[in-house]
Design a binder for this molecule. Structure first.
Ligand code: ADP
Ligand code: ZN
Ligand code: ZN
Length: 721
């Protein structure tokens, strides 16, 4: 019987984001990859739907009104994804206004991505007994029995056990070699740790979650308040019911410790999924989940797309973290997908954080999420926080990288054999201008956000509203005519300065430069945990979730650099960083201390972080958001155009500006910094209704006949610079 097969193909023209129809006589099902001819090209397609038909080919073609081609080859024997994931892809496409094929590509691991490269999974040489009767030497017989007793067995394993016999068994045809797709193995469980008896506060939270019918919970609790223990005990219940558990963490660097705790607690199969794995490894982990060999998954953002059959719990730790948002098409937020899947599987979704994103906390206050709070740290100690104003150090001519206060405290700790973490807040440091006299950052007169310094054209620009200006002669804050400069330094410079101050100290540095290689993160962190170094210094990535009992001092070197960032979320991001950094100190029995070097010690983000007071920060920040009508009071969509050709960029952005209409504001065109030789510009949509914004964009996409290749659509963008 002829099958009518509808498949998605990768096509640069957005208009062609539709299925194409082919014919096939053999076995093919929804969710398989196929090779097809499209025009003069051979492409990989992804099967969306298969119709079995009694009609002859001629009848089918006459019904369609044109000739249909055959599928050349079917690449997969069975569907790569589940029906749920099909529906999810359709939802994701509408939610992010992306193309269907981009959604499938994001959801599937590299080896089996539709389109793109066509690498196939690795095959492995296996060995099993034949039916042939042959005479064997005693040693060969031993090897023969080994093969019998160790099925399935790889040829490599046989060679390892019987170096001299393996070859001859094959030659005598006592055993047969065959190929099998290489399979991953679940992580070996330890299961050597029992659940901890919950403390009163934890018990209340646990009861509240279990007794409620709500689906999504926001678990707020400072670092060390026992959130992870709650995740594990909820997971234990889901596993006992025979269901699967997904635990999401924001960064690879955080997977090892979560994996350790899961292994110690459970004997169930554990899979690990993050961007540090090779395509083959990812594929193997994917298979482990699909075949249900894995019951628990610990992973980063993309793990949210794994083919679970029966999820009983989703945990999203550090839910506020920006790495949960994908920065390329489809620009999805992992939280939205997690909640979608939770609804499908009828399972609870726990969003955990010490500093929930403003959006989530606001939703929790409106009872969209169910808020549960852990107020106390398990060991009941909060670190002592000292705020050091850098401004004074600069005035006195001291180093603004390592102030006297921080240096003295470091000396004290190091002398006692304790460890120190120094954190550099590096986002956006070089593109701002500060007054040489009052140190204030130059801000946009319309937005109250810092302006970016575009060195190439020697002008300041506001990335939110597009205002442009030359550097003023007079400081608008203090009236000084001393001019402006950008202070900025990287981790390397910091390392030099620290090494000069402490010539004998052993320093480890962790930043994008030192963590390029695979597992580099883990090696650096392990070395630090093993006390192979006295000082660990680095960027944001060391601020999160790391747990070292011997670290008693954390210094944030340029704590509020982020406050002068160029977008509306900068205070939130800085507050998170300062809170997280403080959580790193004094996790063991020793009392911890935190030093925050800042320009403006009176800023509420600094004051609230020093007091570890999330709520106070939340209300202050919401006032600022309300005044500027920023999210969560409004919804944004950012449409970025990028092209090597300036005219192309201009043409498309002007067309967008003219063509977008609806019940929302259209802000821009704002031209952005060039990245990788691409001229970029952005249009921002701002409105009270998220769906109305989507409708407006969709209408443009459906009616425009421009080439939209360089267009990136980001609904609810996290950053605007
Ligand atoms: P969080 O995830 O909020 O940072 P954790 O769950 O990691 O907190 O708990 C912090 C520390 O307290 C861990 O060392 C953990 O083993 C310990 N802990 C958590 N819950 C309990 C408990 N009920 N009794 C004793 N120790 C606990
Ligand atoms: Zn000034
Ligand atoms: Zn502005």
């Amino acid at each position: 019987m002829t099958k009518i097969v509808h498949c998605w193909i990768e096509h640069p023209v957005r208009k062609l984001d539709q299925t194409f129809t082919y014919l096939y006589d053999g076995e093919v099902e929804r969710g398989c990859r196929v090779r097809i001819s499209f025009g003069a090209r051979q492409l990989i397609g992804f099967v969306d739907r298969v119709e079995e038909s009694d009609e002859s080919r001629a009848e089918i073609e006459s019904r369609y009104g044109f000739a249909l081609k055959d599928i050349d080859v079917v690449l997969d024997q069975e569907s790569l994804i589940t029906d749920e994931l099909f529906d999810l892809a359709a939802w994701l496409k509408e939610h992010t206004l992306s193309t269907a094929i981009a959604c499938f590509q994001t959801m599937l691991p590299g080896k089996v991505k539709p389109a793109g490269r066509t690498a196939s999974a690795l095959k492995e040489k296996m060995v099993r007994l034949s039916d042939k009767e042959v005479s064997l030497t005693p040693k060969q017989l031993e090897a023969y029995l080994y093969v019998r007793d160790h099925q399935p067995l790889t040829y490599r394993e046989l060679r390892k056990a019987y170096v001299n016999q393996a070859r001859s068994l094959v030659e005598k045809e006592a055993v047969i070699l065959y190929e099998k797709e290489r399979e991953g193995k679940v992580v070996e469980p330890l299961a050597n740790e029992a659940a901890l008896p919950l403390l009163e506060e934890q018990k209340q939270v646990m009861d509240e979650i279990l007794s409620s019918d709500d689906a999504v919970f926001l678990l707020q609790g400072v670092t060390g308040s026992g959130k992870t223990e709650i995740y594990l005990q909820l997971a234990s219940k889901a596993l006992a019911e025979g269901r699967q558990v997904l635990i999401l963490v924001p960064e690879i660097a955080l997977t090892p410790q979560m994996i350790r705790r899961v292994r110690q607690r459970f004997k169930d199969g554990l899979a690990i999924y993050h961007s540090g794995l090779s395509d083959q490894e990812k594929y193997e982990q994917y298979r482990l989940v699909k075949t249900r060999q894995a019951s628990i998954v610990v992973g980063t953002r993309s793990a949210v797309f794994l083919p679970f059959a029966d999820l009983g719990l989703i945990v999203m730790d550090e839910e506020h973290d920006a790495s949960y948002k994908q920065d390329s098409q489809p620009c999805y937020h992992c939280r939205d997908v997690a909640i979608y899947r939770g609804r499908y599987h009828h399972c609870k979704v726990i969003l955990g954080s010490a500093t929930p994103s403003l959006d989530s906390y606001a939703r929790a206050l409106r009872h969209v999420y169910h808020l549960v709070v852990l107020k106390e740290r398990i060991n009941r100690t909060l670190p002592t926080v000292t705020v050091v104003p850098v401004r004074e150090a600069i005035r006195k001519g001291d180093s603004y990288i390592l102030t006297d206060v921080l240096r003295e405290k470091m000396a004290e700790r190091l002398a006692r054999g304790e460890q120190v973490i120094l954190l550099l807040n590096r986002r956006g440091y070089s593109s701002l201008l500060r007054c040489r006299s009052c140190q204030e950052v130059l801000k946009c007169p319309h937005c109250d956000l810092a302006m970016s310094w575009h060195h190439d054209i020697r002008r300041l620009k506001c990335h939110t509203c597009g205002t442009e200006m030359r550097t003023p002669y007079v400081c608008p804050v203090c009236g000084s005519r001393e001019g402006f400069m950008s202070y900025g330094f990287g981790t390397q410079r910091l390392q030099e300065e620290v090494q000069n101050a402490f010539p004998d100290a052993r320093i480890l540095r962790m930043d994008a430069d030192t963590t390029g290689r695979k597992n580099a993160h883990q090696k650096i962190l392990e070395a630090f945990a093993n006390r192979e170094a006295d000082i660990l210094l680095g960027t944001q990535m060391i601020a999160k979730g790391l747990d070292y009992p011997n670290v008693t001092l954390v210094g944030v070197v340029n704590g509020d650099e982020g406050l002068s960032r160029t977008d509306f979320r900068s205070c939130e991001v800085t507050f998170d960083l300062l809170m997280q950094a403080s959580g790193r100190s004094g996790r063991g029995d020793k009392n911890g201390e935190v030093v925050l070097q800042v320009y403006d010690p009176t800023h509420y983000a600094v004051v609230c972080a020093a007091r570890q007071d999330y709520e106070a920060f939340f209300y202050q920040e919401m006032k600022f958001r309300h005044a500027g009508q920023y999210p969560p009071y409004t919804y944004l969509a950012s449409l970025t155009v990028a092209s090597k050709d300036q005219r192309q960029t201009d043409r498309l952005s002007l067309a967008l500006k003219a063509g977008l209409s609806g019940d929302f504001q259209v802000i821009g065109v704002v031209s952005l910094l060039k990245i990788q030789d691409k001229c970029r510009s952005r249009i921002l949509l701002k409105g009270k209704n998220e769906e109305e914004i989507r409708r407006g964009i969709r209408q443009f996409l459906d009616t425009s006949d421009l080439d939209l290749k360089g267009l990136k659509i980001d609904i609810n963008p996290l950053y605007l610079d």
